[in-house]
Design a protein around this ligand. Structure first.
Ligand code: HXC
Length: 514
């Protein structure tokens, strides 16, 4: 027996060694941690149970028969993060470049299958040269097996991808199907075709970082939801994110009681809206003042900054916040903002996270660029997402709610549950100037003093419509509230909606305007 125990111990030790000390040094020299170091930093102490540490490939192609690493370049298993069960895989770049083939893929699929059965989130730490070239089409098949599971798990358990090294070719599509992508600055990149191919085909000369680095995907493409300064920071972000989420779609979002009083007044908010309706202010100041301890986690912080999407807690309850940002492009809805917020609303709805919508929106962005790139289809994504969402929805209009954007931003008409406004709200089909130019065109052009006439009509229109009271008179708003009472009123609203049940008609699935 002692021999057998020795053999097992040796095998396990070998598996833990990964690609050996030289390759581990090379990994560290790039500023990257190893697969196991990452797991150690991510999960609760002693909570990791590894699966398949003794699994290996069975290929004899292109020299692989002489290189049969135990574990096959990926560490998989289950652990806890702040007491919450999770499934994880961590690709080991020191072993065959973390490349994915039959066994490596099967290991990932195994933990995903179990995660789905037990209802726990899946966290993928990606650091891989992609499809293992030696195993050819078998590697492609292994990727497809993962894509299928990513898709089936979507909306059932949260899936988080942390990109901590290369992620190229079709390999990018697994993270793309997951709910959130966290990328590390200067050491991770994602692209369908790398810089060399791009240079040959389009003559664009770009570095990996420029083409598909963290900042590129955070600010330009929106592929990355979070940017981390290094591996450790990426793991911290994933833990924070997880703290707002339920483990699966049958669970409620977690409740974390707070010292921050529910009836804390928001005196700051009484004076936050400028007298001049065209003057911006920072919506993040409002969010900070409303939520527990002023803490929130922004998703897509660098992308479409004219809309804010973030997780926070209010009265202890996890919520998702969607808020127009008047400080950027006047908070207008454009293609990117609609896509960003639409996806966020759908995530919250899939995982029972109530939504708070803060509205200050002048409308949809006009222009040929927007029309030709389908603001119609893309704007409809956000509209569809809100219409479809059955989680508790509380809406607060702080200032402008104009045109179609009024309807879209979780209005009463599309199943907003509690719709509120501050006295500073302006709710109308369009701004006063545009409106009087349409309605009073003849009066203005026949007036002796056209400018004075227009000013008079604009002020008349503003007095009549630039307020919340017409909407309130029709019940489109449930109440007009003092800004200083906002936190208390919003917490009460979410408490009221705690046991809300609402359903959509039975269907296979809807047809969101993709
Ligand atoms: C097998 C691989 C590999 C791969 C890297 N390695 N990628 N082995 N299959 N895909 C091995 C290398 O041979 C090397 O082994 C070790 O990993 C480390 O690689 P290096 O090149 O020394 O590291 P580095 O200089 O950091 O470069 C990393 C890299 C480069 C940029 C990722 O290795 C690379 O370009 N690899 C190929 C990437 C690729 O084209 N993958 C296929 C993408 S298409 P030794 O033993 O020499 O140290 C794809 C399709 C998926 O993935 C489709 C899904 C539908």
């Amino acid at each position: 027996m002692q021999d057998k125990i020795k053999t097992l111990t040796e095998k396990k030790e070998l598996s833990k060694l990964g690609g050996g000390s030289t390759r581990i040094d090379a990994q560290h020299a790039k500023g990257k941690l190893t697969a196991r170091e990452r797991i150690e930093l991510l999960v609760d102490k002693e909570s990791f149970t590894e699966f398949d540490s003794l699994a290996h490939h069975h290929s004899d192609m292109f020299g692989l028969a002489d290189n049969v690493p135990l574990g096959d370049g990926v560490v998989t298993g289950f652990a806890e993060i702040n007491g919450k069960k999770i499934a994880l895989f961590s690709q080991d770049f020191t072993v065959l470049g973390g490349s994915l083939a039959e066994t490596h893929g099967r290991k990932i699929c195994k933990i995903m299958d179990t995660a789905l059965k037990i209802g726990c989130p899946v966290i993928g730490l990606n650091d891989s040269g992609g499809a293992r070239v030696q195993e050819g089409v078998i590697s492609l098949g292994a990727y497809a097996d993962i894509f299928l599971r990513n898709t089936l798990a979507s909306g059932v358990v949260p899936q988080i991808s942390i990109i901590m090294g290369p992620c190229a070719g079709g390999a990018v599509y697994s993270p793309a199907i997951t709910d959130f992508i966290i990328m590390v600055k200067n050491s991770s990149y994602m692209f369908v075709t790398g810089p060399k191919v791009v240079k040959t085909v389009t003559h664009e000369d770009l570095s990996s970082e420029e083409l598909g680095g963290a900042l590129t995907h955070a600010a330009k493409s929106g592929v990355a939801h979070f940017v981390a300064d290094n591996d450790m920071h990426a793991l911290e972000i994933s833990k924070k994110l997880l703290s707002y989420l339920p483990s699966n779609n049958a669970e409620e979002a977690p409740f974390v009681s707070s010292e921050d009083l529910s009836d804390r007044k928001n005196e700051l908010l009484n004076n936050i809206i400028p007298d001049n309706p065209n003057q911006p202010y920072n919506m993040k100041d409002i969010i900070r003042d409303l939520v527990d301890n002023g803490e929130f986690l922004e998703v897509h912080e660098q992308y479409a900054e004219n809309i804010i999407t973030c997780f926070a807690r209010i009265g202890g309850r996890s919520i998702g916040i969607v808020a127009n940002q008047p400080a950027v492009l006047a908070g207008v809805l454009d293609i990117d903002a609609s896509k960003k917020a639409g996806r966020f609303v759908r995530f919250c709805d899939a995982f029972n996270i109530p939504i708070l919508t803060l509205v200050d929106v002048p409308g949809f962005l006009p222009g040929a660029h927007q029309e030709w790139n389908a603001i119609i289809t893309n704007g409809a994504k956000l509209l569809y997402a809100y219409c479809e969402a059955t989680v508790p929805k509380v809406t607060l209009i702080t200032r402008k709610a104009y045109g179609g954007a009024y309807d879209v931003m979780s209005s009463k008409h599309i199943r907003g549950d509690v719709n509120l406004a501050w006295p500073s709200a302006e709710i109308a089909v369009m701004g006063a100037k545009g409106a009087v130019e349409i309605i009073f065109n003849k009066e203005i052009s026949s007036a002796d003093d056209k400018i004075a006439k227009e000013e008079e009509l604009v002020s008349e229109y503003n007095e009549k419509f630039a307020n919340p009271y017409i909407a309130a008179s029709y019940g489109y708003l449930d109440d007009v509230i003092l800004p200083e009472n906002s936190r208390k009123v919003i917490i009460n609203a979410f408490n009221l909606l705690e046991n809300k049940v609402d359903k959509n008609p039975p269907k296979k699935h809807g047809n969101i305007p993709l």
